[in-house]
Design a protein. Sequence first.
Lengths: 286, 155
Amino acid sequence: MQYHTPGSFDDAATIAAKAEGVTRFLAGGTDVLVQLRADMVTPDVLIDIKHIDGVSDIAREDGGWRIGVAVTGAEMTEHPELDKEWPGVVEAMDLIGSTQIQGRATLVGNLCNGSPAADSVPAMIAAGASVSVVGPDGSRTIKVEDVPTGPGRTSLEKGEVVSAVHLPARGDNGGDAYLRFIPRTEMDIAVVGCGVNLRLDGDRVAEARVSLGAVAPTVLLVEEAAQAVIGTTLDAAALEALSAAASAACKPINDKRGTIEFRTHVAGVLAKRAAKIAYDRAGGAK
Amino acid sequence: MPNVSMTVNGKAVSAEVEPRTLLVQFLREKLSLTGTHVGCDTSQCGACVVHVNGKSVKACTTLAVQHEGADVTTIEGLAQNGELHPMQEAFKEHHGLQCGFCTPGMVMSAIDLVKTHPNPDEKTIREGLEGNICRCTGYHNIVKAVKAAADNMGG
Ligand SMILES: Cc1cc2nc3c(=O)[nH]c(=O)nc-3n(C[C@H](O)[C@H](O)[C@H](O)COP(=O)(O)OP(=O)(O)OC[C@H]3O[C@@H](n4cnc5c(N)ncnc54)[C@H](O)[C@@H]3O)c2cc1C
Ligand code: FES
Ligand code: FES
C-alpha cells in the first residue's frame, strides 16, 4: 500500500487519477481503516487529505457555510453558530460513534463511503447541501443527493476528490431536524433515518425538503413528502399525508435488523416526528 | 518502507513501518507496549484507546504513519515515579475492573473525559465512555471510579 500526503486538492486529484488499483482517500479513516483491518478493502493507494490547507475550517460563505473535508463531528458540535443554524445536520453527524470516532469522522467520509444508512446524508440532502469536487479536468459542484449511486458507490469519477461541503444560508423562519431508528440506544447503524428541513411563512410551511436513509439503495429525496406539507400548518391531516408519502417512497431491504413492513412504517413515523421538530425550530411552535 | 518518528510516553521513537501498520500494532509489536489492548476488529470496543497530542484516539483506527511528530501516551506512560495516576488509583480503589481487559482503554478515555468535563455527572460519564465496552463489571464501579477520580483531580 502506498500512502500519500498531498498538499493541495490538485495534487490529490493527480495522484488519484494516476493510481493503479484500489484507491481511497483518508479523511477520518473510521470507514477506510475498519475496512482495511477486516480485509474487506485493502487500498493499493491511500491519499491522506488532512495535510491540505483549510481542510479543518468551518467558514462563512454566501451567508451559509463552507465545511472543510477534515472537519470532524466533534468540531461541528462544538461550533455554536453552525449548530444554531443547522441543528439537524449537526445532530445527524453527532450520532456517529463515540467520543473517539467523533474526534475523527467527517461529513464527506460519511457521504463518500456510500452507505445507504449514513446518518449525515439525509440531513445534508434535506438542508440542500452541495459539495465541491476537484478532478483531473477541473472542478465542479454536485448536490449531495447526486453523489451516492448505490451501496458503496458514488458519482465521483476516477481522480475526483471532494474539496468542501457547502451548506446554504439558513435565512429566516427555517429549521431542520434529523431522527433515526436503531435497535439499541447508541452505537448502531440506522434502520431508518429521516431529515426534514422547512421554511415557514407565518405558520404555514412555504418550503420543505424531506430525505430518507436506509430504506433504499441510496438515500432518497422524497419530493411527494415535501409536497404533502407545503402550504399547510403541519396539522394532523398534513402529518398523515407526509407519513403516507414517506412510507410510499420506501424500497427497503428485509433483514434481521428490520423487515420491509417495519422499515416502511417507521419511515412514516420518523418523518412526522422530524417534521414537528423542524417546524418548532423554524419558529412555528403552536 | 516509510520511516515514522514520534514521542511515546515522553521518549522519542523512530522506526520503519509498512504504511498499513495501525498505530496499535506499532505500539504493541514494534515498541512492545502491550498495555494497549485490541478487543475487536470493528473499532467499537475501545480497549485500544491511547492519547495522541492529549486527545483520546482509538489506536486501531489510525495508521502509524499518520502520527509523524505526534505525542502519544499509552497506559504505560501514566504512572509517574512509581505513583499511579489518580484515574488508575480510583479504578483500583473502587473495583472499576474485573478481568482488566478493557481497563487500559477505559482509563485513557476517562482521563480525556475528565479533562473536557472536570466535574462530570453520571450521565456525562456514561455517555463519554460510550466507545468503551466492558464485559465484566456492568459499568457501575467504573462510573464510581471516574467520579471519584474527577473529584481527586480537582474538578
Ligand atoms: C464505532 C463506529 C461507529 C459508527 N457509527 C456510525 C453511525 O452511527 N452512523 C453512520 O452513518 N456511520 C457510522 N460509522 C461509520 C463512519 O464513522 C462514518 O461513515 C464516517 O462519517 C466516515 O468518515 P471518515 O472521515 O472517517 O471517512 P474515511 O474512512 O476517511 O473515508 C470514507 C470513504 O470516503 C472517501 N472519502 C473520504 N474523503 C473524501 C474526499 N474528500 N473526497 C472523496 N472521497 C472521500 C474515502 O475514499 C472512503 O471511501 C461508524 C464507524 C465506527 C467505527
Ligand atoms: S480494538 Fe476495539 S476499538 Fe480498537
Ligand atoms: S473488566 Fe473485563 S472487560 Fe472490563
